[in-house]
Structures are given as structure tokens and as C-alpha cells.
Design a protein around this ligand. Structure first.
Ligand code: OAD
Length: 240
């Protein structure tokens, strides 16, 4: 459910900025990090998606990414991703910032997109930074130049997001008339600060999630629905 105020703000919005998380891809069959089915062999994501985890056991981290890559390879966009794409037709500017590394928003052709945490199908050398494309080997590959281990080109816990990408994310958040949070637990920073920054700058902030989150008390309203249904509610506003 969405309030009349919320509907009005959406209808009048010229700029909508969306922050998506793993929940937007859940209906594509991709497990979220913290919800049901998110844990892999009982390892918390923080232990696997970090330089410490990689240093301790690079093969284990590589295997976790292989598991995720194989699921993502078979997955397709769902009605939530497609609903977000459709929203482009209803506003002057739609900006999408995703924490997901599955590349699905890009596949749907979103014009203004930031893949904040990178892309799981790109790799780089942990030692010299040399970029590599998709690699499917079961054993962790090594760089043919320096011999270092190859890792996915994603942002891990404890690593920083490139300054230009972060700056653009804040710019898009500040411009928003309405800011939508779709399928994110809102506990990973700096992403979780974007909706708060948007609100400080006058945006009306709406979250779509199956559950309330730590951000719920700090924003304007929550649509307690799966992401696909939530996006349908948003799109239906333009029909009335
Ligand atoms: P999480 O796994 O933390 O949260 C997923 C959220 O999606 C939860 O709030 C769920 O309630 C919600 N959810 C699940 N299914 C849903 C559905 N069908 N429709 C709507 N909501 C649904 O994922 P993120 O918030 O994306 O970072 O996690 C943020 C970051 O932490 C990730 O980018 C990743 C992770 O560790 C790195 O790897 C650095």
C-alpha cells in the first residue's frame, strides 16, 4: 500500500533515483546475502567478500564466486527489473544505483546506471590489478604477468568505492524528487547513506521490501511487497 501523499509525490516527480539490492534479483532465483538461502556452506558473506577472507583462503572465495556466477548465468531479469526499466518512460530522469554485481539492470538497458559494487563477470589480478574477463575455471586462476591470484572485480568489505562513482551516486541522490529503495537490507554503507542524503535534500523516500529494514524508521514509507509487485504499484500510479 502507498499513501495518497506518496502517490502524488511520484506523479509529480521529475527525477526518481533508485537504489537496488539483492532483493530485486531474488525473483530471478538469485539468493540474497542475508535472507533465506543466502548463506553458502554456513559462511557469512563478510568472511568471503573481503580481502581478509581472500588472503586466508583464495580457493574458497573463488569457489563461492563460481557458485554465484553459475546461478547468475542461468538467471534472467524479472518483473522488478523490467518495471524499473519501464519507469524510465514516466519521468524526465531516472537514475539507478545498484549494489548488485549480477549485471541484470545493465541487460535491461537502464540508461543512467551505476554498478556500485562492480560486476561479477569481470576479474582482476589481486596483486597487479590487471583486468581479466569472465573465467570459468574451478581452480583459482593466476595472473600470467605477475603470478598473483585472480579475483572478481567487485567491491569487498573494507574496500573503497572509486571516488568518482561515489560522487556521482551522491549527485544522483541529491537530485531526486523521489528516492526508491528496492530489495536492500540497508545495512551496508556507503550505499545505505544515499536515501538518507536524498531525504535531507528534500526527496520523498519510499522503500519496497518484503520486510521492514533498519532504514524503515528513517524514511517516508514502506511498501511491504516483493519487488515485482512493488514496482507494479508504482507504475500503476501513472495510469490513474
Ligand atoms: P541483503 O541480502 O542484505 O538484503 C536483501 C534484502 O532484500 C532484504 O532486506 C530482504 O528482506 C529483501 N528481499 C528479499 N526478497 C525480496 C523480494 N522478492 N522483493 C523485495 N525484497 C526482497 O542484500 P543487499 O542489501 O543487496 O556487498 O546487501 C548489500 C551488500 O551486502 C551487497 O551488495 C553485498 C553484500 O554483502 C558486497 O558484496 C560488498
Amino acid at each position: 500500500m502507498l499513501s495518497e501523499i506518496g502517490k502524488d509525490r511520484i506523479k509529480k516527480a521529475k527525477v526518481i533515483t533508485i537504489l537496488t539490492g539483492a532483493g530485486v534479483s531474488a525473483e530471478s532465483g538469485i539468493p540474497t546475502f542475508r535472507g533465506e538461502g543466502g548463506l553458502w556452506k554456513n559462511y557469512p558473506p563478510e568472511d568471503l567478500a573481503s580481502p581478509e577472507g581472500f588472503k586466508k583462503n583464495p580457493q574458497l572465495v573463488w569457489e563461492w564466486y563460481n557458485w554465484r556466477r553459475n546461478i547468475i548465468r542461468k538467471a534472467d531479469s524479472n518483473k522488478a527489473h523490467l518495471g524499473i526499466k519501464k519507469l524510465e518512460n514516466n519521468v524526465d530522469n531516472l537514475y539507478v544505483i545498484t549494489q548488485n554485481v549480477d549485471g541484470i539492470h545493465k541487460k535491461t538497458g537502464i540508461k543512467n546506471l551505476i554498478e556500485l559494487h562492480g560486476n561479477i563477470f569481470r576479474n582482476k589480478c589481486y596483486k597487479c590489478g590487471r583486468p581479466f574477463g569472465d573465467i570459468t575455471s574451478e581452480e583459482i586462476p593466476v595472473c600470467d604477468v605477475c603470478g598473483g591470484y585472480i579475483r572478481p572485480d567487485v567491491v569487498w568489505f573494507g574496500e573503497t568505492i572509486p571516488a568518482n562513482i561515489l560522487e556521482r551516486s551522491y549527485k544522483w541522490s541529491k537530485r531526486a524528487d523521489v528516492f526508491l529503495l528496492v530489495g536492500t537490507s540497508g545495512i551496508v554503507y556507503p550505499a545505505a547513506s544515499f536515501p538518507l542524503y536524498a531525504k535531507e535534500n528534500g526527496a520523498y523516500v519510499i522503500e519496497i521490501n518484503k520486510e521492514k529494514t533498519v532504514l524503515s524508521p528513517h524514511i517516508n514509507e514502506t511498501i511491504l511487497e516483493p519487488a515485482s509487485e512493488g514496482m507494479k504499484i508504482i507504475l500503476d500510479i501513472y495510469k490513474s
